[in-house]
Design a protein around this ligand. Sequence first.
Ligand code: FAD
Length: 488
Amino acid sequence: MRTGDAYIKTLNDGRTVLIDGERVDNVAEHPAFRNVIGTIAELYDIAADSANGMQYHSEEINGTANRVFSIPRTPEQLKLRRQAVERWAKHTHGWVGRSPDHVGTFFAAFGAHPEVFEDSERDFSGNIRRYYERILAESLYVSYAIIPPQVSRATTASGWEGDFLQVGVVKETEEGLIVRGSQMLATGGAIADEVFVTCIKPLGPDDVDFAISFALPSATEGLKFLCRRPFAPAATSEFDYPLTSHYDEPDALVIFEDVLVPWDRVFINRNVDTLRRQFFETGAHALGNWQAQTRFTTKLQFIAAVARKVTQVNGTDKIPGVQEKLGELAALVSSVESALLAAEYTAEADSAGMLVPGKRALYGAMGLQSETYPRVMAILRDLVGGGVLQLPSSVVDMKSPITAPDVERYIASPGVPSEERIKLFRLAWDIIGSEFAGRHQQYELFYAGAPFVVKGVYTYRNYGYDAQVAELDQFLAGYGVDGRKEDN
Ligand SMILES: Cc1cc2nc3c(=O)[nH]c(=O)nc-3n(C[C@H](O)[C@H](O)[C@H](O)COP(=O)(O)OP(=O)(O)OC[C@H]3O[C@@H](n4cnc5c(N)ncnc54)[C@H](O)[C@@H]3O)c2cc1C
């Protein structure tokens, strides 16, 4: 099984990662990436140690693979899969959103449903199957860019001024497709092995050139990752920024300068209908987002623990009003955890025998995520008060003979030494106030789609209103102005 060291060794492959106007030589050594790369390497080492229970025998490759990439076919396999995802999530306390299990989970569902990728002109089902087998065999870390760039949301790509702003097919050759344009927003793209590119937003018939799906190595010629401003280099130390320093995943706009996508890496070519079906008929959207909710639950549990500890340190935890806030926090966290488990409990086998987590519970939790996360942040903000700003400028103040005595005397709590108190409140600031924190708020609101899509499409459509309205109609039909009808 792949180790962390083996992963790191592959990264110096000439990929084009752009940051601050320059091309990065080797991401593994760059201050923007090296620590989060170290975190991903730790995940690989955890999986490589059979004592951690993440390994299983995969029928698809007739060999050992990581359970986070498995196709769950029995309730027990689904549970073990969730536990494997949890094992990784707990290592980062839920702060790494696009660890290799995220996109890998989408491919597990694609791999279970190669028939969706059959095409009358060219059959891509073998490609998807083989690609999934590579993920299993090589523990591939795949990122994805599946959203059109934010040029204008008033129309789709065919209506934009300027050709190929969204990645699309310029021409077909014997070797494959030549693609040009861009796609947002590959989290982890700069440090992953490969990038999966497609479009989940609905496209119209005029957008057919953009209706594509493929995967390429991150080091492909003409493929560029234009990274957002990294936060890790600004982290003065691990003590000052415990989350930023290790979990700052790069997000990148992916740009294609007439890139060749060899035929064996194409999964969909100019097919608007299959583009949608790949996510929703394979069960990939549900299984992938269930992975995300497992990670989200772990993160919320971690944040709740920080909030609880802050109230202990501040001595506010005996106050009924504070307990009420901690109670609300507990309710929010346990409702997400409950939905995760309910989705597991209500999972149903699809036509390929793959267990798809129950959509009502899953999309119910996702529909509230844009309220849940800001509310959790608001409660933590409320409980920490100004304690997150009554902190020294950095660890240097804690060591300097000029500042250390004042820090030790004034920034402490009864029974809680200065260093312990500062450590906790620094962590709280990295959760609510740093640039990393701001990015995470945006991430939790948008990673599964804008809230209007999550609520208005996924949650609304998967609730099962029809059956409930039918029951309501039956109830309404049971009485009239003269009271209860006898035949009911
Ligand atoms: C930190 C972060 C990491 C991400 N990582 C990834 C990744 O790894 N891979 C990937 O592919 N994508 C990623 N994304 C992109 C994410 O999938 C998109 O942000 C998401 O799909 C929403 O699209 P958008 O940002 O273009 O928002 P838009 O669709 O432009 O929506 C923005 C806002 O505009 C309004 N709006 C727009 N259109 C409508 C409408 N029709 N009706 C009502 N209101 C509307 C709403 O208020 C909405 O909330 C990431 C995003 C963030 C923030």
